[in-house]
Design a protein around this ligand. Sequence first.
Ligand SMILES: Cc1ncc(COP(=O)(O)O)c(C=O)c1O
Length: 386
Amino acid sequence: MTPKKKHPAFSTRAIHVGQEPDPLTGAVSVPIYPTSTYVQQEIGKNKGYEYARVSNPTRDRLEENLASLEGGIGAKVFASGMAAINAIATMFKAGDHVVCGHNLYGGTPRLFNQVLATFGMEFSYVDTADVKNVERAIRKNTRMVFVETPTNPLMALSDLRAIGKVCRGRKVQLVVDNTFMSPYFQRPISLGADMVVHSTTKFLNGHSDGLGGVVVCTSNEQVEKLAFLQKAAGAILSPFECWLILRGVKTLAVRMEQHDRNGRAVAGFLANHKKVRAVFYPGLLDHPQHELAKTQMTGFGSMITFETGSLSNANKMLRKVRVCSLAESLGGVETLISHPATMTHAAVGPEGRKKIGITDGMVRISVGIEDVDDIIADLDQALSAV
Ligand SMILES: Cc1ncc(COP(=O)(O)O)c(C=O)c1O
């Protein structure tokens, strides 16, 4: 019997879509094309490439790969996650209104409030954990709802199916920052999102060695608009960084499985530690949205936030970590530990942090794929300083 042909599974697509052997040489690794321009045969006749800000073969391959992993029809990559978010926002115009989650990565409201609002765009921030808040915030001029789920650093979820339904009814685009989960554990397009954005700097690259951002689209109109913005604004991703992500993404499935296993173990350890006052992780049974997490994510990932009680306690433990590295960022193979109030969310300001519940004692950990016993032993000895 001939086996039924089926759509290749995620890990197969991660390794093969856009990553086909080079037709010229058979190289199994996608070639890096470090060129700024391309020779043309005659006026208006070329091999599909004219100038590298507009297009590059290594970049094309990455865009094809990431579109497939998120279940979109196309994707466009940018020089960083923030450049990708900026490109999305500039698809809209002065006078357009955006409803945002109130607990986004700090750089996103910084861009929205301190840059784009000065050009006449309008932004409102609501707790998107309750879909009614989203519904109430939508106005006549609302064009986009922008959410992160789980949020950074509080690990609160938004119900993407419910928000997607509200947006569809009002012709508002739902855009989801899926950086924390990666397409391996959460695919917002299948839940109702119109576009998905990632800082590829995190899990998609996975090795803490290159910045990048991607927008995955569900319509040709979006793809064309973003291609125009790549050409017009120029915040494109270099061929080398594209290649780093193409290489990193080949192991996304196995990395995410290990991140998730280690994440669950570390969350369990922290939840039972007497120096830790609270743990924010959707995989814990007492997380208020644990049931929702099970319906829209296929794993819980490795992002965990916990409460040490004070800035001084946080600093005492952060000074002592050895296996974990005190650093901004997340999603690498190495365990990174950070202090949201003074790092990722410094730009939000003390009042803003208080409003959304980010305290000075909170520590965020991006659990890596080292031996989990070593990570736990390191956290244990560091917490003894508290
Ligand atoms: C959830 C999230 N979105 C976007 C960004 C911005 O990405 P980048 O640093 O690649 O510009 C970050 C960065 O930490 C992030 O955590």
